[in-house]
Design a protein around this ligand. Structure first.
Ligand SMILES: Cc1ncc(COP(=O)(O)O)c(C=O)c1O
Length: 415
């Protein structure tokens, strides 16, 4: 579904005019569509049937409690990477037994807390981490459920910052080392081998890298089954499903499932998925107001009130986000401009050399496809309070996070 559409010349999120939200809550403002977010989760969930499966939403993409609650109510599991994300899931009514806990640097405190909460599984990224989990579980008189995150050495053909399954990545355990680590795990009283996991990267717009990665993992799965026939339950094929930012043609949920299911059908294991961007990416926009239009001898700058601290993807990954005026005029002039924020960095831009609708001071713009890795990666750089967030559901909407005030920025500091 496309949750963001013009109605009577005004951009709407579902049935709510986003200009109205900007009036009420100010800018910069993140606006999310509940129907889009839950709909994406449901589409993937439905597409994976009749295989036994669990779609674990990757919390890192957008960790707002209202978003998590909507997904928990739909029945989602969660993929978490920190103790903080675990607490968010619990606060939002999510079930820790439906959580997989990834990340290369889990601390002893995080491991202990996750064990006490009954975490579904640790996705273990190294032998030292496995040893630490085993010893903590031992001391607690428990057995920790684990899967190893295995690097199949597949190039997902995406930005190198978000490619994770290649051999030189910091993530996971190399495929050729994995069996030895599983053998060690099988000898540890504090460990129960529950699964095998892989994740090859993010914003993957083709099915072929998944098919290749799964194929490369299948022999290992049989070897692990022989090691832990009683306890092996799942194969987690990670996240990374891409979305359309500009002109990409990523597979829909059904096409993705159709490509991978034939390889997974006869495994007799539950299939776990960890999508983040696919669920929330196109379910959110960042609303921002034009402050000035500045003309230099060589360039035009549209200076807006959102900045790299609100949405860092263009600066960090050179990502493209469509930027549209909230009020659509049929006969708008076009011009070329950089859309930039007030932060004191040349890298603070939302678009560069963009051919766009000619907008003027005071106008509202929507930065599209900003639901994933937008607010979640925001910061207080330049002592800027973080944006507010609103969740829309049909005609209804509710503030999901209030705007951060300057007082809050200084709250934890001592002078
Ligand atoms: C282990 C793991 N799972 C899932 C995800 C979610 O990725 P995406 O939002 O691209 O689906 C990531 C992203 O970094 C990840 O590292």
């Amino acid at each position: 579904m496309n949750a963001f559409q013009y109605k009577s010349g005004q951009l709407h999120c579902e049935d709510v005019s986003v200009a109205r939200l900007a009036e009420e809550f100010g800018t910069p403002l993140y606006v999310y569509s509940r129907q889009h977010i839950v709909g994406q989760w449901q589409a993937l969930d439905k597409a994976m049937k009749p295989l036994e499966h669990l779609v674990c939403y990757a919390v890192k993409a957008n960790s707002n409690l209202s978003v998590l609650r909507a997904l928990a109510e739909a029945g989602a599991g969660f993929d978490i990477v920190s103790g903080g994300e675990l607490e968010r899931v619990i606060r939002a009514g999510g079930d820790p037994t439906k959580c997989v806990f990834a990340g290369v640097g889990k601390t002893a405190m995080e491991i202990e807390r996750a064990l006490r909460c009954g975490i579904g599984c640790f996705n273990v990224e190294s032998l030292p981490e496995l040893l630490r989990i085993a010893s903590i579980a031992d001391a607690m008189g428990r057995r920790a459920p684990v899967a190893l995150r295995v690097n199949p050495g597949v190039d997902p053909d995406t930005h190198h910052y978000i490619s994770t399954g290649k051999h030189e990545s910091k993530f996971g355990i190399a495929l050729q080392d994995a069996l030895a680590v599983y053998r060690a795990a099988a000898e540890m009283p504090g460990i129960e081998i529950r699964g095998v996991q892989t994740h090859i990267g993010s914003q993957i717009t083709k099915t072929a890298p998944y098919v290749l990665a799964i194929r490369k993992m299948l022999p290992l799965i049989q070897q692990v089954r022989a090691l832990a026939p009683q306890t092996l339950e799942f194969f987690d094929i990670g996240g990374g499903l891409g979305i359309r930012y500009r002109n990409e043609r990523p597979p829909a949920a059904a096409a993705f499932a159709a490509a991978v299911k034939p390889l997974l059908r006869n495994l007799g294991l539950r299939i776990v998925l960890e999508p983040g961007r696919f669920i929330v990416g196109n379910g959110g926009v960042l609303l921002t107001r034009v402050q000035y239009v500045k003309q230099t001898p060589v360039k035009r700058f549209v200076i807006v009130d959102a900045a790299m601290n609100d949405l860092i993807r263009p600066s960090l990954y050179e990502s493209y986000h469509e930027i549209v005026p909230v009020r659509k005029l049929s006969a708008r002039r076009m011009f070329q401009a950089d859309v930039v924020g007030p932060v004191c960095e040349s890298g603070d831009f939302l678009a560069q050399d963009r051919r766009m609708a000619a907008v003027g001071e005071g106008e509202l713009l929507a930065v599209m496809s900003a639901g994933a890795y937008g607010m979640a990666m925001s910061s207080n750089y330049n002592s800027r309070g973080r944006a507010a967030e609103v969740l829309v559901d049909g005609r209804r909407y509710a503030l999901a996070r209030r705007r951060e005030g300057v007082g809050e920025l200084m709250q934890a500091e001592i002078s």
